[in-house]
Design a protein around this ligand. Structure first.
Ligand code: C2E
Ligand code: MG
Ligand code: MG
Length: 587
């Protein structure tokens, strides 16, 4: 391959010879590897005679320091080869290697791994250098295959999450002036499809969607594609393509139509979240992951909706995200500086208006934004786990309040605190509760716990354990929001509770809804027969209250009687209970 080059005339002769041999193109094509030896003592270069005919150049000629690879190796790789063949500083025993592309008979370049090892007396000079040229095309092919497998989702053969992200990042960088649409697609109730038709059919559907997406976009080019796609996980697919409104609508229609055409007796619907990139994304170097999150936020607003299946990320979603970020960044300080306050909503007897207890409901008194309602921050805290700290704070504050009532002789009624689902996974929860209540020397029957039934069986096990432990320690347990979840009746059978708290939001009584009224009536009867107390929350009108009284339900918590209020106001209400104007017709 290489040959030494002298000066002047000899150099041009050599080049002529090289050109001749190049024409002949007998380079390394018949052999996967061959060995060359340079002997520094004899200044000779040796190559196995059997292999010599396959290479060009005068390999037996004198060795020279000045090498010339320009005719046989790809220009880009020559600096690497020059570096490899620089022996300065090398000692016997040293070795090095590189990979370079050499010209082969088929008039293309192929990859070779070139390794050399130096021989000589220990601590002496290098005497010989042995160089191995090994064709690495096959090795590379394997590496390419592995790379392909690593970058692909094995089910659909589409790019996987990492690969989609990388390809999209590169594509956006290549076309900084273009605006792109990131579209997230997700099948509604895919879990149900898996349950009803089996995971094999589920897989078939995913493959089918993969094929349809690829059919619309076309195959991805290795280098300069103008769109990308990938399956990120389970039934979540992403497409990134130039933001053209009609194209976006077209691909969405195409996928929806394909799903409708799939031979299955289940109406498969996909929801789509779209994010359109803008100038600010480029200047602020917003990552593809963030762009994907925005498409996901948009999609979340229409998932499982019967009306809309497509949502674009807009300023409202951005506002909500910003608000969430502010909540997260301020929550710790807010807790330390007592911005969270306990509001009490009285529970009362509907006929007399007499207060029988209260529920502790948190309010965030924000220094600049005023009162923030729990609906805004509780879901955020449930997501990031901060809810446990807040619940503990609410428990401690409630204990402090009762302690003061005991000390000051204020009318004593229990306060119930809410237990979030996240708390259920705290193995020390009961110990922490007991320690806190006992520290304030509050009798256990003055603190009650509101647990919410869960739609998930695994949660119900934790719920069962906690309810049992609380009861064993003489705390009363309320089943909150009864009527909301999937498993109300079942959980009643399993979870030990003292009070059923029926939420009228889910079972509103009305004169036009006879069946609904019958259900409510039956629940109240059933609870009584199970020996449970009943309280109804969300009572907003006199009519509702009267109906409840008529079916034997006496206790309520609702805006018709009392709204949640600061503790001082609650204390005033104790002295003058509300005139309810209702006749007590409890059965
Ligand atoms: P929840 O535990 O079911 O509390 C009852 C909610 O219903 C309260 O909303 C209360 O203000 C509202 N409410 C009471 N009567 C009526 C009525 O007649 N009509 C209507 N429309 N609403 C009524 P709030 O205070 O906004 O709390 C909402 C939810 O936030 C609570 O539902 C509870 O799940 C959660 N929450 C509040 N404070 C805490 C807390 O300290 N810890 C935990 N984990 N959750 C809390
Ligand atoms: Mg509650
Ligand atoms: Mg409730």
């Amino acid at each position: 391959m290489d040959k030494e080059s002298g000066a002047g005339a000899r150099d041009s002769q050599e080049r002529y010879k090289e050109a001749e041999l190049l024409k002949d193109s007998r380079i390394l094509e018949h052999t996967h590897s061959f060995i060359v030896e340079y002997n520094f003592k004899t200044k000779q270069c040796y190559i196995d005679p059997a292999q010599r005919k396959h290479v060009y150049g005068d390999w037996n000629s004198e060795y020279s320091e000045k090498r010339n690879f320009s005719r046989i190796a790809l220009k880009e790789d020559i600096p690497k080869l020059n570096e490899l063949f620089d022996f300065t500083g090398l000692k016997p025993g040293d070795s090095k290697s590189t990979a370079a592309r050499f010209y082969v008979k088929s008039h293309t370049y192929e990859w070779f791994r070139v390794s050399l090892i130096c021989y000589g007396e220990p601590d002496g000079e290098i005497e010989r250098v042995l160089i191995t040229f090994t064709n690495a095309e096959q090795e590379l092919e394997t590496v390419q295959k592995l790379k392909f497998l690593l970058a692909r989702d094995p089910l659909t053969h589409m790019p996987n999450m990492d690969s989609f992200r990388q390809m999209t990042e590169a594509m956006i960088q290549r076309h900084p002036d273009l605006s792109y649409a990131l579209i997230r697609m997700d099948i509604d109730k895919f879990r149900m499809i898996n349950q009803m038709y089996g995971t094999k059919e589920g897989d078939n559907i995913l493959r089918y969607i993969g094929v349809k997406i690829q059919e619309w976009i076309g195959p991805l080019q290795e280098e300069d594609n103008d769109s990308t796609y990938g399956r990120i996980s389970s039934d979540i697919f992403y497409v990134c393509m130039p933001a053209n409104a009609s194209d976006i609508q077209e691909i969405i229609d195409f996928i929806q139509a394909a799903l409708r055409a799939y031979p299955i007796k289940f109406e498969m619907i996909m929801s789509f979240g779209v994010y359109i990139t803008c100038e600010a994304d480029r200047t602020e170097h917003v990552s593809v992951s963030t762009l994907m999150d925005r498409a996901a936020s948009a999609q979340k607003t229409v998932k499982n909706s019967y009306v809309n299946h497509v949502a674009y990320y807009d300023h409202l979603i951005r506002k909500k995200e910003v608000a969430e970020r502010i909540i997260v960044s301020e929550m710790k300080k807010a807790l330390e500086t007592e911005q969270f306050q306990v509001y009490l909503q009285p529970k009362c007897e509907m006929d007399t208006g007499k207060i029988i207890g209260s529920e502790a409901l948190v309010r965030w008194i924000h220094p600049s934004q005023g009162i923030i309602s729990p609906g805004e921050f509780i879901p955020v805290f449930e997501k990031n786990g901060f809810i446990s700290e807040l619940d503990y704070y609410m428990l401690r504050s409630s204990c402090e309040i009762i302690r003061r009532w005991i000390d000051e002789g204020i009318g004593l009624h229990p306060i119930s605190v809410n237990v979030s689902r996240t708390d259920l996974y705290n193995p020390n929860l009961l110990e922490q509760i007991k320690e806190c209540v006992d520290k304030y020397e509050v009798p256990h029957d003055l603190i009650e716990f509101e647990l919410t039934e869960s739609a998930f069986v695994s949660d119900n096990m934790q719920l069962y354990n906690l309810a049992k432990l609380l009861q064993e320690n003489h705390f009363r347990v309320l089943m909150d929001d009864f009527g909301s979840g999937y498993s109300s009746l079942n959980s009643l059978r399993e979870i030990p509770v003292d009070v059923l708290k029926i939420d009228l939001k889910f079972l509103p009584p009305s004169s036009d809804d006879k069946r609904g009224n019958v259900i409510l009536h039956s629940i109240v009867d059933m609870a009584k027969r199970l020996g449970l107390d009943v309280i109804v929350e969300g009572v907003e009108t006199a009519g509702q209250a009267e109906f409840l009284l008529s079916i034997g339900c006496r206790n309520a918590q609702g805006f018709y009687f009392y709204r949640p209020m600061p503790v001082s106001e609650y204390e005033q209400c104790l002295d003058k209970p509300k005139e309810t104007g209702l006749s007590g017709c409890v059965q």
